[in-house]
Design a protein. Structure first.
Length: 240
C-alpha cells in the first residue's frame, strides 16, 4: 500500500464525514445501539477503576464525551476528532472547545499515562492499521483502554460466519479481504463511508501483552462465544 493511497483514503473519509456532519447524529447516534450499550458499561467501569480522567479517540460529534460529562461531573473528559465539521456540531451541542480537539488516533498528542482510561467507539474499523491506534491508546492510558467496535467474524449468516472464521484461523483473512474488496482493502458505503474489515479480536493479543486482564462483552445479540456470533463487541483492557 502506497503512502499516497493511504492519504487518499483518509481524505475521502474526512470528506464523507464533513458532508454528513449536520445529519451525523440522526444517522449514527441512537440510544439503543451497540455503542450506547458499551458506553453505559464503561460508566460502571470508571467507578470500578476509580478513574479521574478519560480520553475519547475519534469523538465524532462528542456523543461519548457528552454522556460522561453529564453522568460523571468532575471527571476530566477530553476527545480528539480530525474532522472539523464534526467537532463544530459537538461544540454547538455544548462540548467545550478546549476539550474536543483536532487529532490523529495514530499519533495522540498526549504524554504516556496522561489519562486513566482511553476509549474508542466505532472508530477502529475506519483505520487501515488499527494496531497503530491501539498502541497509542495503550501508551496514553494509565489504567485501562475500552474499545467498542465491529466483529466482522460474527456478522452474516451462520455459514458465512463459519467461512470467515475458518479463513481467519489459517491467517489468511487479510488476503481474503483484499480479494473481496477488489484490491482496495476497504469498502465504501453511503451509510459508513470508508471502512475496513475489522474485528476487535484481531487485536486481542496486542492488548493482552500490555494489560493485566482483558474482558470481552458482546454489545449486540450473540451466543456464548461472541467471536463466532456477535457483530459488535466491547473490550476492556486493564493495565493495572
Amino acid at each position: 500500500m502506497e503512502i499516497n493511497d493511504m492519504n487518499d483514503e483518509v481524505e475521502m473519509q474526512r470528506r464523507y464525514y464533513a458532508d454528513k456532519a449536520e445529519r451525523y447524529d440522526d444517522a449514527h447516534v441512537h440510544e439503543d445501539d451497540e455503542h450506547f450499550f458499551g458506553l453505559s458499561f464503561l460508566e460502571g467501569v470508571l467507578e470500578y477503576l476509580k478513574a479521574d480522567s478519560v480520553l475519547d479517540v475519534g469523538s465524532g460529534t462528542g456523543r461519548a464525551m457528552g454522556y460522561l460529562m453529564r453522568h460523571r461531573p468532575g471527571l476530566r473528559v477530553a476527545g480528539i476528532e480530525p474532522v472539523q465539521e464534526l467537532r463544530e456540531v459537538g461544540y454547538a451541542q455544548g462540548i467545550p472547545k478546549d476539550c474536543l480537539l483536532d487529532g490523529d488516533a495514530t499519533k495522540l498528542p498526549y504524554a504516556a499515562g496522561e489519562f486513566d482510561v482511553v476509549c474508542a467507539f466505532g472508530v477502529l474499523h475506519h483505520i487501515r492499521q488499527p494496531e497503530l491506534a491501539i498502541a497509542e491508546m495503550l501508551r496514553v492510558a494509565g489504567k485501562a483502554i475500552f474499545i467498542s467496535d465491529a466483529n466482522n467474524f460474527g456478522r452474516g449468516s451462520r455459514l458465512g460466519r463459519l467461512m470467515k472464521q475458518s479463513i481467519n484461523s489459517l491467517g489468511l483473512w487479510k488476503l481474503a479481504a483484499l480479494v473481496l474488496s477488489k484490491g482496495k482493502g476497504y469498502v465504501e458505503t453511503p451509510g459508513d463511508g470508508i471502512s475496513y474489515s475489522y474485528s476487535v479480536f484481531n487485536n486481542y493479543r496486542q492488548i493482552k501483552q500490555q494489560c493485566r486482564s482483558v474482558h470481552l462483552l458482546n454489545t449486540t445479540p450473540g451466543d456464548i462465544n461472541p467471536y463466532r456470533s456477535a457483530s459488535h463487541v466491547a473490550l476492556l483492557g486493564i493495565k493495572k
